[in-house]
Design a protein around this ligand. Structure first.
Ligand code: ADP
Ligand code: ZN
Length: 210
């Protein structure tokens, strides 16, 4: 677990590749559906583009389906799931149904300022090279340089505009922080400092997984 920009996906990918675990990322599953133009993808997009969560029934159905494809003996890193209290209850039953056990909840913590600068992809004016941070200092008119009116090059994900980034952080606090509290009360949470470089964080996580 961790807020948007905490590095969950990147780090999960690292452990999956080096240890042969399975990666179950709901954000990635939604993006794959989106790029393949499935009905699920179209539905998910309308929520993702606003920075909102996809409805629980849809998300839980997708996770249930994906779980059937992973051999029982394979360890799974859930990335971005569960993100709401109902999803947490669903995970508990899905794991019980498939004879699995929740081993730990790793919570990646990153100061808000760092999240904003990581998420706010830096963009540059093609004409005068002025650098903007979409989260911290966006151009007044999207895509247009304040100084010279030149073209400011865009982002890669449709949910990475500054308003949407702030909204994603807000939704995390509202809906996902309670999930962490729940797991805390069960004594399952391992907190990991997610600040610094990719390899700093990988080393801290390796210790937390031990
Ligand atoms: P991040 O954690 O950086 O926001 P993700 O790739 O995990 O990125 O998620 C991107 C988007 O996909 C979310 O903003 C949300 O709209 C949707 N999403 C991902 N996981 C869930 C989930 N468990 N429940 C509902 N929506 C989800
Ligand atoms: Zn310019």
């Amino acid at each position: 677990m961790g807020p948007p920009g905490s590095g969950k996906g990147t780090q999960a990918q690292h452990f999956v590749e080096t240890r042969g675990w399975s990666h179950l990322s709901t954000g990635e599953l939604f993006r794959t559906n989106l790029s393949q133009g499935t009905a699920l993808g179209t539905l998910a997009r309308s929520f993702m583009d606003k920075g909102s969560y996809v409805p629980d029934e849809v998300t839980i159905g997708m996770v249930r389906e994906r779980l059937t494809q992973i051999p029982r003996a394979t360890r799974i890193i859930f990335d971005g799931f569960p993100r709401t209290v109902p999803q947490t209850a669903a995970l508990t039953s899905l794991l019980a149904e498939s004879g699995r056990r929740l081993e730990a909840v790793v919570l990646m913590e990153v100061p808000r300022e760092q999240l904003l600068s990581r998420l706010g992809a830096r963009v540059t004016c093609a004409a005068c090279q002025t650098v903007y941070s979409l989260a911290v200092r966006p151009p007044k008119v999207p895509g247009v340089c304040d100084r010279c009116g030149g073209v400011v090059a865009g982002t890669t994900r449709s949910d990475e505009s500054p308003e949407i980034i702030l909204r994603r952080l807000e939704v995390y606090e509202e809906q996902t922080a309670p999930v962490a509290s729940h797991y805390d009360s069960l004594g399952l949470v391992r907190r990991v400092d997610g600040s610094g470089t990719m390899s700093d964080v990988t080393a801290r996580l390796a210790a937390a997984f031990a």
